[in-house]
Design a protein around this ligand. Structure first.
Ligand SMILES: [Zn+2]
Length: 379
């Protein structure tokens, strides 16, 4: 998804430590600032009892187009005679050199997705990849901007194709999908209103949430308050990208002006410990995507990522992949590298999965069904 164009390294880490706040008690054995000696091989250490591989996972932050496997996009391009050969590495993965190039490659890849049938196939391909990582429940961002140009009739056709694919995936792979309708911030508030109308008209068992993606630096959250109010009145639950390319103030604005209950990313809250405490006290859930942040240069490495400190300070953090093939990641890889970086054990990952399920926007029956599958003794 398009993001802010200022290079992240220019701001990342600026003013990270707040003053005058008493740190919350740590729950983990390892202190901040005392990272374990780096391993030559990322992943669980040899001889350690823990295996995070079989753990069931819940993912709350995934862009459907951004999760398109490169082979799938190559196939669509070939079928439609669209020349996008330059966006792949020799090994078949997406090729980009920096953040700006990433945006261009992303746009080229999504240009192959033109019809509801394409989204049917895309949904199946994405869920197949997620299920390989043990994901049993996923929420994905869907945009009527890309699915029918915000025309309600066309949006319904795309949505029908996506929900049919989701039902097939649930029956065949045991993975449940729900959708969060997401206007694109840099397309402006007027288009967001049209998107909100599409969301309100299709709110229900599948479309359960409303969010805001795109360039965090364009416009203010309050510009989109009308759309969020409409979505809320339609019964949709609310989230918003903030605190990724924007600083702590972007998180405060989203909470105040849009009254969201989750924040997409939100990791730059770490630059304002008063905000961190507020997030913890209010139970605001962060959809954290460490691999995405690191791949795009927001943080220099896994041990420098703030998810460890946010967790220690009792913020409700969850783990997601954002646009996984672009960042060469999967949910399993996120778990493996978090285990390696922060010494998180199975109990931590189970807690994160439970936090994620509690924060999921699905209905109570679906939550109860998924909860049974999170039980340690579930077959
Ligand atoms: Zn995102």
């Amino acid at each position: 998804m398009a993001r802010h164009r200022t290079h992240p390294r220019a701001r990342a880490g600026a003013g990270r430590r707040g003053r005058g706040r008493k740190p919350r008690p740590r729950r983990l054995r390892r202190c901040r600032g005392q990272p374990r000696r780096p391993s030559r091989h990322p992943g669980p250490r040899p001889g350690k009892e823990l295996s995070v591989t079989p753990l069931p996972k819940i993912e709350l932050h995934l862009h459907l187009e951004g999760a398109a496997p490169p082979a799938f996009i190559r196939g669509l391009a070939k079928q439609k005679h669209i020349d996008i050969g330059g966006i792949f590495n020799p090994d078949g993965s997406y090729a980009f050199t920096d953040f700006w190039h990433f945006l261009k490659v992303y746009e080229a890849a999504t240009s192959t997705l033109q019809r509801p049938e394409d989204y049917h196939r895309l949904t199946l391909a994405v869920l197949e990849e997620s299920s390989k990582s043990g994901v049993i429940y996923t929420e994905t961002f869907l945009s009527p901007d890309f699915c029918g140009g915000r025309d309600l009739g066309a949006w319904r056709e795309y949505l029908h194709a996506i929900t049919e694919a989701a039902a097939t995936a649930e029956a065949q792979m045991g993975i449940t999908l729900r959708g969060i309708v997401t206007p694109i911030r840099h397309f402006g508030p007027d288009k967001a209103r049209e998107t909100a109308r599409c969301a309100a008209e299709t709110a229900g068992d599948f479309i359960v949430g409303f969010g805001l993606a795109g360039d965090e630096k364009i416009g203010k959250p309050k510009d989109f308050a009308w759309s969020f109010d409409m979505a809320r009145e339609a019964g949709l639950r609310l989230t918003c990208h903030a605190g990724e390319w924007g600083g702590p103030e972007s998180i405060r604005d989203a909470l105040t002006d849009l009254r969201v209950e989750r924040i997409g990313h939100g990791v730059r809250a770490i630059e304002d410990l008063a905000l961190v405490d507020e997030l913890a006290e209010r139970g605001i859930v962060l959809e954290v995507c460490p691999g995405s942040n690191i791949a795009l240069g927001l943080y220099p490495g896994w041990r420098k990522h703030p998810i460890g400190e946010l967790f220690e300070r009792e913020v409700k953090v969850t783990v997601s992949t954002d646009d996984p093939p672009f960042f060469h990641t999967t949910m399993q890889r996120e778990y493996d590298l978090l285990h390696e970086a922060f010494d998180w054990d199975e109990a931590v990952f189970r807690k994160i999965a439970r936090t994620s399920l509690d924060a999921a926007f699905c209905d109570a029956d679906t939550r109860a069904r998924i909860l049974k599958r999170l039980e340690p003794d579930h077959a």
